[in-house]
Design a binder for this molecule. Structure first.
Ligand SMILES: N[C@@H](CCC(=O)N[C@@H](CS)C(=O)NCC(=O)O)C(=O)O
Length: 250
């Protein structure tokens, strides 16, 4: 890898810029590690076609089989690495570009455990809150493909998932998840510093959490970020702001 041969990073094209909580993890890591890359913006309807034509492997045996983030690293004559699936990409980038570690003190397994807790307590309750709005940040056939696929996955029209009468309960579920994550962070805190999981420097779980809030701020319900950001001693606003220094989309 060199600046002449940057990594290709596949992310979703949208009218609000990058918003996927999974691709954001990869972008933060690439930026934190100062790895030259070029984003290839892919329409939602074209994910499978573009990834297959680039030789990217599937990430699942069931639909959707092909997903972003994915990367291609043409390592200047040392072979080409093609990696999909955000945890595998994190492991690949860490082992290939170890400077600015995302797994401080050999904490790889612990970081991925933390990400599991973030997924259960933050990503899961956000999902029903963002689906209908996500459809509006795609256009034309990308929007059609998103609506068709998510209506099938959820078994109901997207507007029903976040119907007005469900909103208070969905927000309460997110508050509950944030409270649980806050307690988990307080119990597991290994180091003092601005980063919730890494202390004086970011660790992978910090990026996974910042990525969840990139998602919520871009496609969450209007005003919802303002309701949650100050909770739990402002942990969520603080981590989102700390991540902004690694948020440039190249
Ligand atoms: N396990 C994968 C999941 C990635 C994923 O679900 N990506 C979504 C965007 S957030 C995607 O590419 N979906 C394509 C589709 O639904 O067709 C990872 O962690 O990278």
């Amino acid at each position: 890898m060199s600046t002449a041969n940057p990594i290709t990073f596949f992310d979703l094209a949208s009218t609000v810029g990058p918003f996927s909580p999974l691709t954001w993890r990869t972008r933060y890591v690439l930026n934190y590690k100062n790895i030259p890359y070029r984003t290839e913006w892919v329409g939602f309807a074209d994910v499978e076609t573009v990834l297959v034509s680039n030789g990217v492997p599937p990430t699942s045996a069931t639909k959707p089989k092909y997903t972003v983030p994915a990367i291609i690293d043409r390592k200047d004559g040392q072979g080409t690495a093609i990696v999909a699936d955000s945890p595998l990409i994190a492991d690949y980038l860490e082992s290939t570009y170890p400077a600015n570690t995302i797994y401080p003190d050999g904490s790889r397994d612990l970081q991925h455990k933390h990400v599991g807790v973030i997924t259960a307590n933050v990503l899961r309750p956000i999902v029903p809150m963002v689906m209908a709005i996500t459809a509006t940040v795609f256009e034309g056939r990308d929007q059609d493909a998103f609506v068709t696929s998510r209506t099938q996955i959820f078994g109901q029209p997207l507007a029903d998932i976040y119907a007005p009468e469900k909103r208070d309960a969905l927000l309460a579920a997110l508050y509950e998840g944030l409270d649980a994550l806050s307690a988990y962070i307080d119990e597991n805190r290994l180091r003092e510093g601005e980063w919730l999981f890494g202390g004086d420097r970011p660790a992978y779980a910090d990026f996974a959490l910042g990525a969840a809030f990139e998602w919520f701020t871009k496609v969450g319900p209007e005003g919802a970020w303002d309701k949650i950001k100050g909770r739990n001693e402002r942990k969520w606003e603080r981590i989102y702001e700390a991540c902004q220094r690694y948020s440039e989309a190249q």
